[in-house]
Design a protein around this ligand. Sequence first.
Ligand SMILES: [Zn+2]
Ligand SMILES: [Zn+2]
Length: 131
Amino acid sequence: MEKKKYKRSRQRDRILELLSQTDIHPTVDWIYDRLKKEFPKLSLGTVYRNLAILIEQGLILRIHSGSTFDRFEVNRGSHYHLICEKCGKIRDFTMPVNMELEREASRMTDFSIQGHRVDFYGICPECQGRK
Ligand SMILES: [Zn+2]
Ligand SMILES: [Zn+2]
């Protein structure tokens, strides 16, 4: 498979920069709101397009969080997520990635396993009213 080449874009550079400066796993709207101030003519479609390119380049990841909106993060390698079912917040989870799961999957399928993702769902401390 050949990798497409894209012209560098200042907007795309800024999207990547924004994502690398936050750990809130933002939505497209969050990114758009911030970039709009710098690029008044920016459209939401352009943000989507640039996100798709960054994903294709392996620089960022899309997190599918069920019924809520897609969220994005810089590709920092394999890690798990904690997702609050009340407020939708997504947190990186430092629990070590379970490589045994991939070995087990490999034994059970003829797929060549390249990785896995795990999301844990629950209620965050703030929504539990502990804070
Ligand atoms: Zn919460
Ligand atoms: Zn993450």
